[in-house]
Ligand binder design. Sequence first.
Ligand code: AHR
Length: 359
Amino acid sequence: MQFSRTPLKRSFLTNIAVISLVSIILAACGGGSSGGSTSTSSSSSASSCVPGSNTKLVRPAGPVKKVGWSQNALDGAWRFAEEASIKAAAQSHGYQLLPMNANNSDDQQVQDIQTLINEKPDFLLIDPHTEDGEANQVVAARKACIPVIIVDRDVNEQIDSPGRDFATFVGSDFQKQGVLAADALIEAMGGPSTKATIVELDGTTGSSPAILRGGGFNGELAAKAPGIQIVAEQTANFARATGQQVMATLIAQHPDIKGVFAHNDEMAIGAITALKAAGKKPGQDIKVVSIDGTKDATNLVLSGEEYAVVQSNPRLGQLVFDTMDKFIKGEDLQAWTVQPDKVFKKADGTAQAYLPDAF
Ligand code: AHR
């Protein structure tokens, strides 16, 4: 199924601007709610919280022991690395983790979060499958007096506000990753004056990495290299096998393309297999760029079949639990706790240097 090009929906700075604007309007109206760059200034204590009618972010009153963890899927190197990191950090911080896996299903993840809310954990970590799919469950957790941190993928912030419904978002700047991927692909294809066509393999429709990486990439490409045209854009659900199937169809329809941008490494690896099966030489006649930093993709960069990988570090556990501990101690948090990422290429030695850390 073909999808139209994703518009540049929201950048980190846009989010901050929207949050600030909302805060100014609320302050002018005398309303108390989430505050600007810090997210927790209007939180209340769990000891005074009434489950069912709670309207504010809650800060745990006593010692935190039980932490619910709603993972959207366990289906590739990135997610396995994230899961291991969350589990290791929970253990080293002394928490009992209640893990759930939604297997790429919004319906399942809604059920999982409800199950976790019923368990009355002291804290809830949610890595949402899509921006809209789990948004109402974050509100349900807030109403039930359970503090939430959003991990990796963001929720729809028109529905869930940092500082009211969740303490902070901890994860990468996906919009920036898309910009970095566009810069790398432009470079690989000969620079901003290049005239050529490419295709884009999207991640899961409605997920924040697909929306923001696509937005960052498409915006940067249009601004910096308008002669490079995206002739087809299609989702492959962040999956290797689907990436291979979709690429096999797209290369038959568009045999003259000179580049591929895949929203994650798994889809890029599948795409490279399909390109080779179609008689193409990835790295020579078609340049490929993707996002994540898996061992498999980094090795493809080193072998020359992929031009660059933009990092999306899945090892979020330490940052998540350190951030949670700060919140429990009473510190105010930033609305977004952003993890910085890098770009790995063969030519400058960065891929070789990174390889031992790849997952
Ligand atoms: O949310 C992060 C993305 O989800 C990773 O890029 C991808 O590999 C995973 O499925």
